[in-house]
Design a protein around this ligand. Sequence first.
Ligand SMILES: *Cc1c(COP(=O)(O)O)cnc(C)c1O
Length: 370
Amino acid sequence: MITSSDLVRQHIQEMPPYQPIYPLDVLSEELGLRADQLVKLDANENPYGPIPEVQAALADLDSIHIYPDPESRQIRRLLAKHHQVPEDSIVIGAGADELIDLIMRVVLDPGDTLLNCPPTFSMYAFDGALNQAQVVNIPRKSDFSLDIPALIEASQKYQPKALFLANPNNPDGGILSPGDFEKLIELPGLLVVDEAYIQFSRNDASYLSRVEQHPNLIVLQTFSKWAGLAGLRIGYGVFPRNLVPMLMKAKQPYNVSSAAEAAAVITMRNLQQAQTRIDRIIAQREYLFQELAALPNLHPYPSRANFILCQVKDGSASQIKDQLRKQGILIRYFNKPGLSDHIRFSIGTEAQNNQLLAALKGLNYENSAN
Ligand SMILES: *Cc1c(COP(=O)(O)O)cnc(C)c1O
């Protein structure tokens, strides 16, 4: 007897199960708190949400019975102008996540190698597995910097199709240094630099302007974090121009909804307002860092993103996560090599950050009282 699961492709049967992510209403019911009482600091979302003009633009959408523009021309034009790159070097996706998968679907044959540098964003390994890549991990050092000699060696040994790097890296918030970039861009294969958080980095840590000079460089960015549009799903990549027609023919034709494009367009037209929110988040990051550094039990890492990773020096990181959760404060804990004694906080509003700090101080007090 063949059961329906026998029909499933072997590599999908073997993938680890889906890790559920809970929406606000589900969390609210589980914790017995109103959704607006939850302090959601677990997914690096923008605590201020989008600029108010986005709501108005969504309310005014008039052609939702018509399929969206498969080439997302309006937002590509605005992004091209803003970043000073050709329009035909840009591809829009339903989030940067879609583009990570799309790049892999376009370049990988089953068994091809990808290089990955954990601890990092989990989608590179996830999409690699989904696309039947051989994912070769070159772990970061204990300070989360890259192991460049090991990457160069692996590149020679495996001839990888691509290396995916987040800049700043998630979960630690460190940037890809210019020295490392110059060495890695010389390697064969694609270098995909995922800049989901670059707008929080200041001092222009982006490699986007380098794409035109390098036939193997891709830079991804997204409206999810800085623009507060995570729920609408829109991100973009700047690519070597000869790759763009390949990506365009392989993507789903209507991958970006009209609502997502309209929200991104209005955000690009009101950048100063969005920048005010970014500036507030950066100021709060610096404040939260100082306060966390003063807590005896935590070691925060300097971050150029909208989150701060902390090593828990004494006690259990997963217990801290559970205790904060009971108070409605959601933070990120990773049960992974190199991270099991770490927790990550997204930068919230001033009130949320103070609530987090008060809760952390309460935990420390309990520990020392015991
Ligand atoms: C959040 C995140 C993304 C996802 O971006 P979307 O545009 O929402 O798909 C991509 N890369 C990194 C490193 C992230 O942390």
